[in-house]
Design a protein around this ligand. Structure first.
Ligand code: ADP
Length: 451
């Protein structure tokens, strides 16, 4: 019998800022926290933050943060009653959700079946098309003549995508018939080595879409709500760098349609817990791309416009409680922007730059939120994600939020490694960004990355 209303002890199967983010919610809820860490993370902040910490293996993720058996062993040893996967690593591994449950712990996230269905871009696309959610035209056929006929029927360019893909990996744009076979072969090869599944499909390619996603939340009773949308068009290598909420071009009518579609997606896959339904938007139309079955990096901007704590909600729902808020209690107030601070050189093709941070001073003041795992003297280990901090600004209007972010960026001091901070500053001063005119190829404009 649990002493706490929800759980007594939660193990966080992750590292970095997200591990700390989850532990912060636990601490506020009176829940004890267990950290796991690799040999490379012995001095990491998430280890110090937790009530207990266990070494789980060598630096390489397959030996530590992806080692399900070892993590479950620690959960048992520590007497945890639930496991939060964060994002990345095991967060979207259906087998982990199942193994956690089988071992007698609560998985703070969706079920094995849901993760499995959404883990296949192809299956989920078919299912959502059947449920009446708009999707881009696609074909599963990789036979040259059939693929050619498909591409000609919708017009080039098309994109070849890995069904099991993630992190922008395995996508190849095809401009004409001559490129078709090689693109299919290339995406299949990449998919096989990155995901152990070579299945690819071909889809219409949108030249300048926006990436708009809807945050949904569902409880174990089948109730689903949305928490508005996020605009995530500022990307490098198909991966997000700047996110904001709400979307600057959103109208009431478009929001109504997109949030309804997102909730249909969640209901169709019996969703439970926090999830994100991703759409591409182009000229008044939107298309379902995929659902991410976890807490997103950019959940922060949603928290800032709604005033809610999404990790707290995740824990409540995982404990079997109904959603703590009804749809009409969730309101959008003001505007929020997140800049991902990556240890990367934006002037050199975003090459990762591991190393030691010699000086660190983070911004503060009104409307600023930072989620990070770094400090002066911290050495960034080379084997993990290059994101070292998330800088968020919130204000009542988008204009004030951009000005606030610009101000915070000038206060941020990180010496010792190259970061994306100068790029963020350039974007915050870019007239097109200020006007809200963004699309997924925005950063390919050389005047931004070379300024
Ligand atoms: P992943 O799961 O690897 O992140 P997604 O399917 O979420 O891949 O797509 C990531 C990004 O790739 C999108 O935000 C968008 O920029 C680009 N993209 C994907 N599909 C298309 C498409 N059909 N047309 C144009 N851009 C696309």
């Amino acid at each position: 019998m649990s002493k706490n209303e929800y759980f007594d002890k939660v193990l966080v199967a992750n590292r970095g800022e997200i591990a700390i983010r989850v532990m912060r919610a636990c601490r506020e809820m009176g829940i004890e926290t267990v950290a796991v860490y690799s040999e490379a993370d012995a001095n990491a902040l998430h280890v110090k933050y937790a009530d207990e910490a266990f070494l789980i293996g060598a630096a390489h993720p397959t030996k530590s943060y992806l080692n399900m058996d070892r993590i479950l062993e620690v959960a048992e040893m520590a007497g945890a009653d639930a496991i939060h996967p964060g994002y990345g690593f095991l967060a979207e591994k259906a087998a982990f959700s199942a193994a956690v449950k089988k071992a007698g712990f609560t998985f703070i996230g969706p079920s094995e079946a849901t993760i499995k269905m959404m883990g296949s871009k192809l299956d989920s696309k078919q299912a959502m098309h059947d449920a009446g959610v708009p999707v881009l035209p696609w074909t599963q056929s990789t036979d040259h003549d059939e693929a050619k006929a498909f591409a000609e029927s919708i017009g080039y360019p098309v994109i070849v995508k890995a069904s099991a893909g993630g992190g922008g990996i395995g996508m190849t744009i095809v401009n004409n018939e001559a490129e078709l076979d090689e693109a299919i072969a290339k995406s299949s090869r990449t998919a096989a080595s990155a995901f152990g599944d070579s299945t690819v499909f071909i889809e219409k390619y949108l030249a300048k879409p926006r990436h708009i996603e809807v945050q949904v939340f569902a409880d174990s009773k089948g109730d689903v709500i949305h928490m508005y949308e996020r605009e995530c068009s500022i990307q490098r290598r198909h991966q997000k760098l700047i996110e904001e909420a709400p979307c600057p071009i959103m109208t009431d009518e478009l929001r109504e349609r997109m949030t309804q579609s997102a909730m249909t997606v969640a209901k169709t896959c019996n969703y439970e817990n926090a999830g994100t339904v991703e759409f591409l938007y182009d000229s008044g139309n939107y298309y379902f791309m995929e659902m991410n079955t976890r807490l997103q990096v950019e959940h922060t901007v949603t928290e800032l416009i709604t005033g809610l704590d999404m990790v707290r909600m995740q824990i409540q729902v995982a404990a079997g409680e109904p959603l703590p808020y009804a749809q009409d209690q969730i309101t959008c107030r003001g505007h929020a922007i997140e800049c991902r601070v990556n240890a990367e050189d934006p002037m050199n093709n975003f090459q990762a730059d591991a190393g030691k941070i010699s000086r660190y001073r983070s911004p503060g003041g009104p409307g600023i939120r930072i989620d990070s795992c770094i400090h002066a003297g911290y050495s960034i280990p080379p084997l993990y994600d290059s994101m070292i901090a998330k800088l968020c600004a919130r204000a009542m209007t988008r204009e004030e939020t951009v000005a606030r972010m610009r101000r915070a960026l000038t206060e941020y001091v990180i010496i010792g490694v190259k970061t994306t901070l100068p790029l963020h500053y350039a974007v915050m001063n870019n007239p097109e960004f200020i006007a809200g005119n963004t699309h997924t190829h925005f950063l390919q404009d050389p005047t931004i990355t070379q300024s």
